[in-house]
Design a protein around this ligand. Sequence first.
Ligand SMILES: *Cc1c(COP(=O)(O)O)cnc(C)c1O
Length: 355
Amino acid sequence: MSLTLWVDGNRWRAHLRAVAEAQPRLVPVVKGNGYGFGLGRLARKAAWLGCDTLAVGTYSELPEVASRFPGDLLVLTPWRPFGPALEVPSQLHRRVVHTVSRLQDVRDLQEHQRGARFVLELVTSMLRHGLSARELRGAAAVLDSGSMRRGLAGVALHLPLASGSHLAEVHRLVDEVVAAGLAEGRRTTVWVSHLTDDELARLRTTHADFDIRPRVGTQLWLGDRSALEVTATVLDVHPVERGDLFGYRGRSAPKSGHIVVVSGGTAHGIGLEAPTGDSSIRARAATLARGGLDAVGFVRSPFTIDGKQRLFAEPPHMQASMLFLPSGAHVPAVGDEVGVRVRFTATTFDRVVLT
Ligand SMILES: *Cc1c(COP(=O)(O)O)cnc(C)c1O
């Protein structure tokens, strides 16, 4: 009776191991819905992989992972002098590594938590968070004036996903770190995201005196889709004739077939998909001419029945969806499982089953 994520345990674990072996100094990222698996489960897997540091998205996520992962906890959302950043339980102070992305936060963080460990985030072409080259030099001066260098755990770069190499940008940013005097007398850690194995290898060659640490989420947890399957349960099946009324809005069936009610709705993150196929005017006209269901306003659902992605009979409900199955298709039985295509990072599963 649920939206279920089935995980082929052996395959999934083999993939996790392979990524960890290909990427030395890996920092697994767990955040949000835990990429569909849940934060706690991924924290335990990161411990199982033997990683010494785990990255979380926000301060609010710390409690859920802290008891399941024994190492350091890097918080990716930059520290600010307000909100949950100020409420880190004192027993976690030694394990948490903050991200500092504004000059004024360098000193404020130390005032709130003396001896706090932190990374300085540099702004990249993403333009999300981070210090400019000039602010980086300012930060170096602040650190020196307040003897705060000890807490510095390196610099962080968050790179775009867009294709093309980002190595030139990384080189430029690392040069800025050197120019700001932040790499002197110590092995400096550079925390990076979204570099390929090949780019990481090249970076380690050209910058052998730096400790390069890749933060990886999607490629690690979701990198082998063949290990993952998502299904919904058929909850009810109703035969309908053309003109029969159904649903919240008293809509009428456009032709004979079945209304199939499946588990999975808006509370799980099941949303309306784009109308089927090509949306050009010519394609729409062709669909109209054929009398296609999308022409009468039916929208494609992510549920697959009898080998085809089916149309929503009406917009998804909170925990169930009503689909229209035209006559001719094989009709599933109540209790059958049907496939669902989801975005893992936006889906809340009722069950995650490791087999
Ligand atoms: C989410 C995130 C990552 C991991 O991103 P994936 O695309 O899931 O690998 C790395 N670094 C930062 C700063 C992030 O916010």
